[in-house]
Design a protein around this ligand. Structure first.
Ligand code: PDD
Length: 284
């Protein structure tokens, strides 16, 4: 299995980063995840634009930025993944200067650039049967719109979900649901589909954006307004949107079943529309 690290394609076991790496020491680092449907990089431009926006916000410059899609394609081809469903992971850090100090290193410090492609690891049964979620307080910082690798709050929340035999943890900030630990959240309350608006409180999910486009095409009204956590028990259906699972039905929130413990109708319509959208891109 070959990965890309700092200009070279090399076996995963030989890909090493320095103990001085600022991603390791400070979490001074961004990442991105693109889904590969066989050879197709799904919404690659939108994912790379989000990464570009993040690099701009972190004031990080990456010489090979324009080659990232090509590097991903090369990894799919050399690792014999062109016929597989995959995820392509990109991570960029502010390099590995010495000594350790908080302020930015010298301008000529090269960033660390890592790209790897792997088979998709997701249980498709969840798409059919739905998943349980729990709610947890949103203790994250105020720039959740940046896809940084500072994921401790997300890790702890997801572990709590895992221990409660749930798939995902929904963050609740000042009484409103923001998003999941690694997904965006949609719910139907009082007959209207809601999702949190784009703001520093959520990651602007690429799947979320595709879902909004599909809603528009299906003439499904969506309100980009936050849902109060107190409205969750009355939601008639709910789902998560995320790169690895597209539209993932939610059938239980904490101890309360949603839509009688089955994927809801709107959710299933969007799942089908998503499938068609991908099919059309792949020009079957
Ligand atoms: N997670 N919100 C958060 C906090 C996320 O980490 C993610 C994605 C999303 C959904 O974004 P998208 O639709 O662009 O995948 C929302 C990725 C997949 C991960 O951490 O592996």
């Amino acid at each position: 299995m070959l990965v890309y690290l700092n200009g070279k394609f090399l076996p995963r076991e030989q890909a090493m980063i320095s103990v001085n790496d600022r991603g390791f020491l400070f979490g001074d680092s961004l990442y991105e995840v693109i889904r590969g449907y066989r050879g197709l990089l799904f919404e690659a431009q939108a994912h790379l634009q989000r990464l570009q926006n993040g690099l701009h916000a972190l004031r990080l410059r990456v010489a090979e930025f324009d080659r990232l899609a090509e590097i991903a394609q090369h990894l799919l081809a050399t690792n014999d993944l062109l016929q597989e469903d995959t995820t392509i992971y990109f991570q960029i850090t502010r390099g590995a200067p010495f000594p350790r100090k908080h302020a930015f290193p010298a301008e000529d410090t090269p960033p660390t650039v890592y790209v790897t492609a792997n088979k998709l690891a997701f249980n498709p049964a969840y798409l059919e049967h739905g998943v349980a979620v729990i709610t947890v307080p949103d203790v994250r910082w105020n720039r959740c719109d940046l896809k940084t690798t500072n994921l401790l709050a997300n890790v702890l929340a997801n572990q709590q979900a895992h221990e409660a035999e749930a798939y995902e943890a929904l963050f609740v900030r000042e009484g409103f649901v923001t998003e999941g630990s690694h997904s965006n959240f949609f719910a139907v309350a009082n007959g209207t589909l809601h999702t949190h608006p784009i703001s520093p409180a959520i990651l602007p999910g690429i799947t979320r954006q595709v879902v909004l486009k599909l809603c528009h095409e299906l003439q499904l009204h969506v309100e980009e307004t936050p849902l109060a956590a107190t409205q969750l028990p009355e939601a008639s259906e709910a789902f998560l949107s995320l790169t690895s699972a597209e539209v993932l039905p939610v059938i239980k929130v904490d101890d309360k079943k949603i839509s009688e413990g089955k994927p809801g109708e709107i959710t299933q319509r969007l799942q089908r529309a998503f499938g068609e959208y991908v099919k059309a891109l792949r020009k079957y």
